[in-house]
Design a protein around this ligand. Structure first.
Ligand SMILES: N[C@H](CCC[C@H](N)C(=O)O)C(=O)O
Length: 276
């Protein structure tokens, strides 16, 4: 059987997107790893799956698989591509789309300028919600990595993030510490490791070593986590322009239990089909 898919990206964070509303496929971590391989497969950071909702309040269910085959709770850049996909494929006529994810409900809005705004839900900081092993919730935590004493912020956007402030994003720390933070034992479900350089109160530069995918050109939930962490530290003010290697996202957050809003582009690259 031939399975149709669309190759898309959000600021260079790239995806294979498949509609399992009108198609059927049996996914496995092994198959996802085969497809994600950039030499022997299609090549992507994440696989995004569009399914009918199991919650009647929602328009769709959105499932996300990392390149390593792990199924995860949320993907911000993917959410924008999800909106572009379901509208282009005429799976919905709505311009405001309610989507069920393992990390909680999100709402996608297509703006007149073609950018997509996403209500990503409220960030969570309780260690148990990340999950992160800590005695109690704090704004930041000391964490030893490779003999270095870091100070990290831990945030859940449905998926786990740790954010570290750096003075220079090109001093080799991302390459050296990213993989070690991803696997750090105090993050029992692993973690996405963000490295943030503050430019001014409304602007940061960010690189993210993603759980299950390695460093990506952009990470939407990572941009949300970094902006929220900086606002909580009192170093940033909403809106925050997050400059990632692949481009810039706008993040807004009013604090507390308010939802985080992320705005940015979604790009379709090509249509394909693969034998399953
Ligand atoms: N690697 C992430 C999932 C993809 C997130 C990222 N691509 C985004 O845009 O939010 C995780 O394991 O939680």
């Amino acid at each position: 059987m031939l399975l149709k898919f669309t190759k898309m990206h959000g600021l260079g964070n790239d995806f294979m997107v498949i509609d399992l509303v009108s198609q059927h496929a049996q996914l496995s971590p092994k198959l996802v790893r085969q497809w994600s391989d950039r030499h022997f497969g299609i090549g992507f950071d994440q696989l995004l799956v569009v399914e009918p909702p199991t919650d009647p309040e929602m328009d769709f269910r959105y499932r996300i698989f990392n390149a390593d085959g792990s199924e995860v709770e949320q993907c911000g850049n993917g959410a924008r591509c999800f909106a572009r996909f379901v509208i282009d494929k005429r799976l919905t006529q709505k311009q405001e789309i309610r989507v069920q994810t393992a990390g909680g409900p999100i709402v996608l809005k297509v703006r007149r300028d073609g950018q997509i705004s996403v209500d990503m839900g409220a960030p969570r900081f309780q260690p148990a919600d990340i999950p992160f092993q800590a005695e109690a919730e704090a704004i930041s935590y000391p964490l030893e990595v490779a003999g270095r004493q870091l100070e990290v912020m831990a945030v859940s956007m449905g998926n786990p993030h740790c954010v570290t402030l750096v003075d220079d994003l090109d001093n080799g720390l991302v390459e050296q510490l990213g993989p070690l933070l991803e696997q750090h034992p105090r993050f029992p479900k692993r973690v996405n490791a963000g490295f943030m350089q503050i430019i001014d109160a409304h602007t940061v530069a960010l690189r993210v070593h993603e759980r299950g995918a390695g460093e990506t050109l952009a990470c939407g939930t990572g941009a949300c986590a970094a902006a929220v962490a900086g606002i909580r530290l009192g170093r940033l003010q909403s809106p925050v322009h997050v400059r990632l290697p692949g481009g810039t996202l706008q993040i807004e957050w009013a604090g507390g239990n308010a939802p985080v809003f992320m705005t940015g582009p979604a790009t379709r690259v090509f249509e394909g089909q693969i034998r399953v």
